[in-house]
Design a binder for this molecule. Structure first.
Ligand code: ADP
Ligand code: SF4
Ligand code: MG
Length: 342
């Protein structure tokens, strides 16, 4: 077993705002990331999944130091990134990169593909010879499946999928060791999503990268992840090996997410829709439920779920879950053509 390259320990990120006007000013705290811990090994892919508002992007930004954590540590090869100053953190960007959700919006429309991909090289290696920069940029375009002769084209001349390839090339141009992909395919057509996921998987294997792949849908992370963390309202509900998670999820929220994945076949979908697996909406993050945070939507809740917070604990087979009833529930799932996941 190798030592983890990234170790996130008890990370907390709060957003504070004020309500009530000047006279009755009241502070409200939103706990967007609530004590998240996990390890990531070199060359490993961790999927992070949860509905919108679960805290996935905030977690990603806190790991990168783009948002200050209120508590906890982000250990990168033994060094705590939360203690670094701005310049030291900036230097770490050579090793840790991010790919954003909306490829079109995240690319500067006034820069060519070549300028966008090579910008990190100019920033970190300002004395690099221009010919060498161009060579590396064309090389990166090839690696991500773009034609090097498109180097002088602007983002609007590319499709959404191609724009995301530009974003990926830019994230890889410095040879990082970890890339965090924050919903990299959510803004793309379904037909393009698999192409981008396969590209990331290939690159991850070829380059030996560690990858964090964030999505709001469990069908998107299945083929790329070694392990998957399921988040709900800032907390980890489950952290399991990929095979185990889809066969026998440990947490009722994971189970509901798997069962809620859209089914492509309209006939099967109409039949399956009779069961609603994920009841109700996520509660207000300013007034989270007491006890288990999932208890307002959980079909398996018992009385202690409304008073006691379940700790994330390790089960016999090595996977982690935060549910009082994990030993007693059998949430086995048989994935077949009538499910949205294959
Ligand atoms: N800059 C911010 N200021 C205040 N609240 C925020 C900010 N960014 C995110 N939030 C809130 O934090 C929670 C988690 O958001 P986010 O990390 O974006 O979740 P996800 O990426 O899973 O959709 C949400 O309730 C969101 O409204
Ligand atoms: S602790 Fe209780 S409410 Fe929470 S997921 Fe488990 S059974 Fe459901
Ligand atoms: Mg997000």
């Amino acid at each position: 077993m190798t030592a983890p390259v990234l170790r996130v320990q008890d990370l907390v990120v709060n957003f504070t705002s004020f309500t009530g006007g000047i006279l009755q000013r009241k502070e409200r705290v939103l706990r967007a990331v609530n004590g998240i811990s996990f390890d990531l090994n070199a060359g490993e892919t961790l999927g992070i999944v949860g509905e919108t508002g679960s805290g996935k992007s905030t977690l990603a930004r806190a790991i990168l130091g783009l948002i200050k954590a209120n508590r906890g540590r982000v250990m990168w090869e033994g060094e705590d990134l939360t203690l670094l100053g701005e310049e030291e953190l900036r230097q770490k960007r050579k090793e840790i990169q991010i790919v954003f959700q909306d490829p079109v919006a995240s690319l500067n429309p006034r820069m060519t593909a070549g300028d966008i991909i090579s910008e990190p090289l100019w920033t970190f290696y300002p004395h690099m010879a221009p010919l060498q920069v161009e060579e590396r940029t064309r090389g990166m375009m090839k690696v991500v499946g773009l034609l090097p002769n498109q180097i002088n084209r602007y983002p609007h001349e590319f499709s959404g999928g191609q724009c995301q390839r530009i974003g990926i090339a830019r994230s890889l141009v410095l040879n990082p060791r970890l890339v965090i992909c924050d919903e990299p395919v959510s803004a793309l057509d379904v037909s393009i999503q698999a192409q981008i996921i396969n590209l990331l998987k290939d690159l991850q294997q070829k380059l030996g990268l560690a990858l964090i792949f964030i999505a709001h849908d469990l069908s998107l992370v299945k083929h790329i992840s070694n392990r998957i963390m399921v988040m709900y309202m800032g907390s980890a509900m489950e952290l399991s090996q990929r095979e185990a998670l889809y066969r026998r999820p440990l947490h009722p929220y994971t189970h509901a997410l798997i069962k809620s994945v859209p089914i492509p076949d309209p006939k099967l979908a109409a039949r399956a829709r009779q069961d609603s697996w994920l009841a109700g909406d996520m509660p207000s993050p300013y007034d989270p439920p007491k006890g288990c945070i999932f208890n307002t939507r959980c079909p398996y809740k018992v009385s202690r779920c409304q008073t006691d917070v379940p700790a994330l604990r390790r089960m016999e087979q090595g996977d982690w879950v935060a549910c009082h009833q994990a030993e007693d529930l059998d949430l086995s799932i048989h994935l077949d053509s009538a499910s949205g996941i294959n």
